[in-house]
Design a protein around this ligand. Structure first.
Ligand code: GLN
Ligand code: ZN
Length: 782
């Protein structure tokens, strides 16, 4: 019997609901407005809708257990009973509130707003039992809760969520393929409290829990289980490869009939290919968007019986596929291996893209025609499946439409700006170099600026109060007139400046009250970017972001920040920093075009920011800060690719920062400061001053900057802005003393760890007064 479709799968779907239903349900539960039953019912409704939607669109292999109330890594910790003692669980079903205590700390949320995409701060967590640590899921902007293991760690099947959701789907008529996070990736994502304990050593005690879960799934009718081992795209040591062999050997032995689809994504298998191919699993999923070149090697090596899941629809980006081009590649593969041994899939879970393009009312039709969100990607998958099973003629219209969309995008003047392309190509080495080396520049700057030792400053933003957010929302809605909004912002700015003068800060900032988000603010003023109204993507828990869409060549129609800077500088005699977001950060926090390389896109943004830097200088700015908060997080997953990334990232920064005279002081800011392994690149950026986050590490993170390896000025953060706590003067002088042990006194600036937008004025005021006092004490000593 000929089938009408090849097997097609999403690997996973967004959980949040088309209208952010999950966020509303969670926040209503957390605030006590609704009970657990309501939350459970909302979650079940979202899952049911997800299954039904996929089925209706023609997805044939529908996942279950891809849903999560907060995070799937946390779900896995709960499933295997890896619940640290502090959360007070003693066995039995894990209560909802234990789960949320692990996610957010035990005392509720105070401050979930006003964080940008960079913010993984814990200020949304309560004071009782702290939440588990949170960190980035591979190279995405999704954050997972880091599993925590102890030396005597025991595992037990503490939650049957995968089975429950499988049965829930079955009751609704959907025979799904449950998804589990694989045991080896799970352990590798975790941390042990005792640093000498390698989490991988826990594998033998973890595996029986997985076997039990798989056994129950099989016993209840699951034919296939998708088991995600994204660690297979990382640099792996032999120990980890051996762990994979042990785990999958054990599964095959214990459950010889259950078919496992081993899913790898976010990169190429590379040197782990042989390991992956040899594991005794029924299927292997490949990310052919990130690593299309690996298909040939896999086809050569894969045993005949192995089902290959070809991830050809981009799960990480929002571009519509050219179905004809994909079919050209896929048809020979299907012919070679047989349609029973090929599945078509998204490259990774669709968790990382917005849900439905149809909800977008703010985008014009032409641009919309080039995009595909999760729902549209499901349709693309189904179309590919039908074309591969029944011939292209069965879906001619869809294929033609996709080809037309691709061709208008390829030639549209909105995407291609010859002037930008020419300028990008013509960049010279001279444009990426300041006129004189740092030693010369710093002399010039010292004379003009005449700053005291240990100069004090802040990172840019001041509290985004309820009033500020209300005014912005009213302005956006049209209920607050532009003139009135502008006047309001000026008052806020002036008040912030007066206050900075009053407490004696040396270098001032205007406070960023006019900015919604450090990337969006610039994207909205640059040609080549578009913004969605409903394109939400989960960043962590109930925190969602709407990444800008970089669709075309980037240029700057007019100055973006000069007026605000000029106003701010006009009302003070103290130096006012110009405040910009750097090209690498703008790139790393956007959906980026797939028709030019990231390095070219970045260079274009750099040229636009360079224009702004030069205009600020022309307007009289003596200091310009260019934030590169996301530089480090853009590092590729494989070490071998770091060098290339850092080369173009650093070049982009230098390109945007170097078009100014020696006298102009360029600052940069980075949030995290684990810089040991990339310190040469940080030094190569050649900013006159860099501010970094160091207070929580007690300045240990400064070790990278020690001695001659980093000659430029450094502002190691002395005030942890992630906490409402007000640091005492003595704490900050102690941190500055530690910094002075590592750096030359003349190199050191005094500033907080990051911007203050998420804090309250009641916290910021005393903290900065103390910070200024700490700087005075240091001055009297040196
Ligand atoms: N200038 C920005 C601010 O102060 C920097 C934010 C960041 O590094 N995430 O808000
Ligand atoms: Zn920061």
């Amino acid at each position: 019997m000929s089938r009408s479709s090849l097997s097609v799968s999403t690997l996973g779907t967004p959980r949040i609901g088309p209208r952010r239903e999950l966020k509303s349900a969670l926040e209503s539960y957390w605030s006590g407005q609704s009970g657990a039953d309501d939350l459970i019912a909302s979650a079940a409704a979202l899952r049911a809708a997800n299954w039904a939607r996929q089925h209706a669109l023609g997805v044939t292999t529908i996942p279950s257990n891809d849903f999560s109330l907060y995070d799937h890594v946390l779900d896995t910790s709960v499933m295997v009973g890896a619940i640290p003692a502090a959360y007070g669980w003693t066995g039995g079903p894990v209560p909802l509130d234990t789960y949320f205590a692990m996610a957010r700390g035990s005392q509720g949320a105070a401050n979930v707003e006003a964080h940008d995409a960079s913010c993984t701060c814990k200020s949304h967590q309560g004071a009782g039992v702290p939440a588990q640590e949170m960190t980035k899921w591979f190279d995405t902007n999704y954050h997972y809760m880091v599993p925590e293991f102890t030396a005597g760690q025991r595992f037990t099947l503490a939650s049957t969520k995968p089975l429950d959701e499988y049965l829930e789907a079955k009751a609704l008529g959907f025979d799904t393929r449950p998804v589990l996070l694989g045991p080896v990736s799970y352990l590798k994502l975790g941390k042990s409290q005792d640093a000498s304990l390698d989490p991988l050593l826990l594998l033998p005690s973890l595996l029986p829990v997985y076997v039990e879960m798989l056994r129950r799934l099989a016993a209840n009718g699951a034919e296939w289980v998708q088991i995600d081992e994204p660690c297979l795209v990382l640099d792996l040591d032999e120990k980890t490869r051996q762990a994979l062999r042990v785990a999958y050997g054990m599964f095959a032995y214990a459950l010889p009939k259950l078919k496992l689809m081993l899913a790898t994504y976010f990169g190429a298998l590379g040197d782990n290919l042989d390991t992956a191919i040899e594991l005794p699993v029924a299927g292997l999923h490949l990310d052919l968007v990130r690593a299309p070149e690996q298909l040939d090697a896999v086809l050569d090596k894969a045993p005949r019986g192995l089902v290959l899941s070809l991830g050809v629809i981009d799960g990480r980006n929002i571009w519509r596929a050219n179905l004809a081009t994909l079919l050209d590649r896929l048809e020979p593969v299907v012919a070679r291996r047989g349609s029973d041994h090929i599945q078509i899939a998204a490259s990774c879970s669709l968790l990382h893209v917005p849900i439905d393009l149809e909800l977008e009312t703010g985008l014009d039709d032409e641009l919309k025609n080039w995009l595909a969100f999760a729902v549209q990607k499901m349709d693309e998958l189904a179309t590919l499946g039908r074309a591969l099973a029944g011939g292209r003629q069965s879906v001619t219209q869809k294929i033609v439409a996709s080809v037309l969309a691709a061709s208008t995008r390829a030639t549209s003047p909105r995407v291609h700006d010859a002037a930008v392309a020419d300028r990008t190509k013509a960049v010279t080495v001279e444009q990426t170099r300041r006129i004189s080396p740092f030693a010369t520049r710093s002399e010039v700057q010292r004379k003009i600026l005449n700053l005291p030792a240990f100069p004090t400053t802040t990172i840019g933003s001041f509290p985004q109060t309820v009033d500020v957010r209300k005014a912005r929302a009213a302005h956006a809605k049209g209920t607050l007139a532009p003139v009135a909004y502008e006047a309001f912002l000026r008052r806020e700015t002036e008040a912030a400046i007066r206050w900075q003068e009053e407490i004696g800060l040396d270098v001032l900032v205007h406070g960023e009250f006019e900015r919604n988000d450090m990337v969006q603010y610039f994207g909205e003023q640059l040609a080549g970017f578009a913004f969605t109204k409903s394109g939400w993507v989960q960043s962590y828990g109930s925190r969602y972001v709407r990444p800008p869409i970089l669709f075309g060549d980037v240029s700057r129609p007019k100055p973006m920040t000069v007026d605000w800077w000029a106003y701010a500088q006009s009302i003070t005699t103290k130096p006012m920093k110009g405040m910009l977001t750097g090209p690498v950060t703008i790139l790393n926090w956007s959906f980026v075009r797939d028709d030019v390389s990231r390095s070219v896109a970045c260079r274009q943004i750099a040229l636009a920011i360079r224009d702004e830097v030069q205009d600020l200088e022309k307007a009289g700015a003596q200091m310009i800060q260019i934030d590169e908060a996301a530089l480090r997080e853009g590092l590729p997953l494989r070490r071998g690719e770091w060098g290339h990334y850092l080369d173009w990232a650093v070049e982009s920064f230098r390109l945007c920062a170097s078009g100014v005279a020696d006298r102009t002081q360029v600052h940069t800011h980075m949030c995290y400061s684990e810089f040991n392994d990339i310190i040469d690149a940080i030094a190569a950026m050649d900013a006159d001053v860099i501010s970094i986050e160091t207070s929580r590490s007690k300045m240990e993170l400064l070790d990278a900057f020690v001695s001659d390896s980093y000659p430029n000025d450094i502002g190691p953060g002395v005030y942890d802005i992630h906490s409402p706590r007000v640091p005492a003067v003595a704490e900050m002088t102690e941190l500055l003393d530690r910094a002075s042990e590592r750096l030359q006194a003349g190199q050191i600036w005094v500033n907080p760890d990051c911007g203050l937008k998420t804090r309250k004025w009641e916290e910021v005021r005393p903290a900065l007064v103390n910070m200024v006092a700490a700087a005075h004490q240091l001055r009297s000593r040196f």
